[in-house]
Write a protein that binds this ligand. Structure first.
Ligand SMILES: [Zn+2]
Length: 345
């Protein structure tokens, strides 16, 4: 079993934020993509949005509200623990989990990938940290559940950080071994390729993704949105899934809810309105388990009781309120940052 310590998150996120306009640094030199706790609490206007979110959350989205409506919003477990002064967790390989009829989670407790099965092959979303992890965790996982890695037709990378490879690290190996097409947002190809390190080669640039683009393979069509903020081109991917034969749509948000300025917030709001609500998206995924909810526990629930209800699916009405909670909380952060003098336009 491969063990790593959950410390990569802070480094990866720090690297991402270097791309933002350098205003007054905070939290170990990171530019203010988020307001400070104090700025967030002190802004009456921000707290109006927090109160609105709390109301929308009702009694069945309390945890989600608490996770979302802070000065930083949802964070990777490693970063949240670091901020709380807790020791890092030991990482471990997660048992491949069939989270939907047509989607598998594979990877580590800190870092995952998703395999989507279609009538004409596989789509792989994200590739773990390195060649070794792709070769020794991802490929064996795919084989273990009876799938063939040679059937990977597309690799979709949710985003890339210059100099960091937590989502992109396995792509070069998989590209040269199985020859799938490799897709990432145009912005993140542009940002990451010049910063690649020889010991961590990126995949060769193949297909650029732009906002609103779709990808069809066999009976599956993914819809890509570009939610800049976490990186210049982080994807929100709308994925039609099935659970016990019933169709649903979920969204895979590549990053956290870093929408630090009005352009980014406007894009996020338009994606909620024109995609999430329009398509009745019912759940949110992330390649880092635990950002949006306790995904590791949810996957354990699914493995123990594959015939039961799927805890990753919120249902249409509850999910619709969840998106609105996210929107109010993201708005609160922008308002607080703006009041504190952060550059938000
Ligand atoms: Zn990231």
């Amino acid at each position: 079993m491969l063990k790593r310590v959950l410390t990569g998150g802070a480094i990866a996120i720090g690297a991402a934020l270097m791309l933002q306009a350098p205003v007054a640094a905070q939290r170990g030199g990171r530019p203010p993509v988020f307001p400070t706790k104090e700025q967030f609490a002190a802004s009456a206007e921000a707290q109006k949005h927090v109160a609105a979110a709390r109301k929308i959350a009702g009694t069945d989205l309390v945890k989600e509200f608490e996770n979302t409506c802070s000065s930083t919003g949802p964070q990777r477990v490693a970063l949240a623990r670091q901020d709380a002064g807790l020791p890092p967790l030991k990482d471990y390989t997660v048992e491949p989990t069939k989270i939907f009829d047509n989607v598998w989670f594979m990877g580590l407790a800190s870092q995952g990938a998703f395999v989507i099965t279609t009538s004409q092959g596989l789509i792989l979303i994200d590739t773990l940290n390195t060649t070794e992890e792709a070769r020794d965790i991802l490929v064996p996982g795919i084989k273990k559940v009876g799938l063939d890695p040679a059937q990977i037709k597309y690799i979709v990378l949710t985003h890339g950080h210059p100099g960091q490879t937590d989502h992109t690290g396995g792509a070069s190996y998989l590209q040269s071994t199985y020859h799938p097409r490799v897709m990432m947002s145009k912005e993140d190809w542009d940002a990451t390729l010049p910063a690649q390190k020889p010991e961590r080669p990126l995949a060769k640039r193949d297909m650029d993704i732009v906002h609103g683009q779709t990808l069809t393979l066999g009976d599956e069509t993914l819809t890509f949105t570009v939610l800049f903020g976490h990186t210049p081109g982080t994807l929100g991917i709308f994925i039609p899934v099935k659970w016990h034969g019933q169709p649903h749509v979920v969204v895979l948000h590549g990053g956290g809810l870093q929408h630090p300025n009005h352009d980014s917030l406007n894009r996020f709001e338009s994606v909620i309105k024109d995609y999430a609500l329009e398509m009745n998206a019912e759940g949110i995924l992330n390649a880092h388990p635990g950002i949006y909810q306790d995904t590791l526990a949810d996957m354990e629930t699914i493995r123990k009781n594959p015939n039961g209800p799927n805890p990753l699916l919120y249902g249409r009405d509850r999910a619709a309120r969840y998106w609105k909670v996210m929107d109010e909380c993201a708005t609160a952060r922008v308002v607080a940052l703006e009041e504190a003098g952060g550059r938000t336009r």
